[in-house]
Design a protein around this ligand. Sequence first.
Ligand SMILES: [Zn+2]
Length: 609
Amino acid sequence: MKKTTSKKQAGLQYTIVPKDLAAHLFNVTVTVAAPSAEGQVFALPAWIPGSYMIREFARNIVRIRAESGGEAVALTKLDKHSWQAAPVAGPLSLHYEVYAWDLSVRAAHLDQTHGFFNGTSVFLRVLGQEHMPHQVDIQRPSDPAASDWRVATSLPELGAKRYGFGTYIAGDYDELIDHPVEMADFALGSFKAHGVQHDIVITGRVPNLDMARLQQDLKAICETQIAFFEPKTRKAPMDRYVFLTMAVGDGYGGLEHRASTALICARADLPTTAAPKTAEPNEGYTKFLGLCSHEYFHTWNVKRIKPAVFAPYDLQVENYTPLLWLFEGFTSYYDDLMLVRSGIISEATYLKLLGKTVGSVLRGSGRTKQSVAESSFDAWSKYYRQDENAPNAIISYYTKGSLVGLAFDLTIRAKTGGAKSLDDVMRALWERYGRDFYAKDGSGARGVTERDVEALFEEVSGVRLKSIFERYIRGTEDIPLAKLYAPFGIKLTDERKNGKPSLDAGIGRDNGGAKLTQVHEGGAAHQAGLSSGDILVAVDGLRVNGNPCNLDQLFARYRVGDTVTVHAFRRDELMTFEVTLQGDRVPGILLSAMPGGRKAQGLVRPSAS
Ligand SMILES: [Zn+2]
């Protein structure tokens, strides 16, 4: 069949081929049937939605050239992300190489073991034609190392067979960059959740992977979440979903997309058929399931219910929102909660995880200086670019945001006698802003503002919630969890005062001694004058080893309140400090159901309505 040249049907054609696995290079071509008469402009995003930091992906474009009908076309670089081709009648093709050597969920990676990319790293945007269909031909590399590779992506197939190389299609540019692609000889598992196909793709060597257990547990989590947002219809918001997982020796992270997630995890956190089956997952596997649960919850909360400034995204600059406490914090609140609700972990384990979060929020003095609204707004320059002073300067909109979610939940449940909960607020956000976000006619594509959120929370719950917004979201007050929990028979115990003697500082591995990575404001190290970067070499004349660190062993012969002499190098100068040891703030906070606290049992369950 002859190719049509009609602008509407042709759309934009991309080809991507892993060209040189050892040099980590993808070859990409984009062909524009009808380029702009003034000279077509192309740009690569400066950031990837979900990871709020300017990353300047275009710096990985190694070579780029334009041509039309076999003739070279002049290309002018406009700024660090953009190029303009000289005017041509068309079709116009751009050929470029992308260096892919970032093993994270945010960018692109290519070697003999696999290829992975996000569209934001490899597909130049054709300005003015973002709303056209975008076709992508994903080609098999010629390298024999890739002869068994398959393709995993939630991008709809056009000519390609499922899991095959070939042509895929996106309705527009926004969709094109929201379906990451993995190519490898990966392990594949599948299950249906309320009728929708879900794939689990695991790349990396994982001996005796227990895929059956993964399928069973993820199915439970996904079905619980689908039923959470759509209790009547149990309709998932996507036609298919893919968990793209890279298993490595040590790693942790995930990035959400509209019909998939890219994950990186430690091999040891994945279940194995070689170990005896336990009813409750171990700590590492619980962490992995929590990550899956978190990214899956984002399918509703941030991929469809969005802050107004993300609808649409401006991919070249920072998009400021004060609402990440809702989109990341509440997603963090619900990720572990969904593990209990789907029967995977016990309520006791859930309270243990929550206690850890409470402890980590209370640990840094940054919580008294930055609100979660400010932390959200400044994510680009602060949360995502943390330095050694972070605990003293900022608060995490993830951890404190999740406690804000808990505060709303407990308050609404208490004031409505259990008739309503935060669940009702999330469902109202979904019905009004999320459900129709990707409706074909574009009518639903609007996001929420801070003002919308505040009005909706009160309207749906019927409870006055202004003080939570004022004190714990826009203000920096500690959330009075002990008080909020009391009516539910849950006790909060602060164990920080009974800790072992310590410096109250972060300690890193260093062959020269124990290296301070963070010095907590008001802590023993700070009061003695020690700084981040100092390398401790002796305590009361006894040698400090840095790798492995023996400080705990040395301090075990002292009591909290004792003063010791510490020798440390700052740069290459030896200095002496008198340190009065403080109690270690770990383990922190314990949450426990009070004896006979029957009310506690209902707390993790959906509210009565
Ligand atoms: Zn998240």
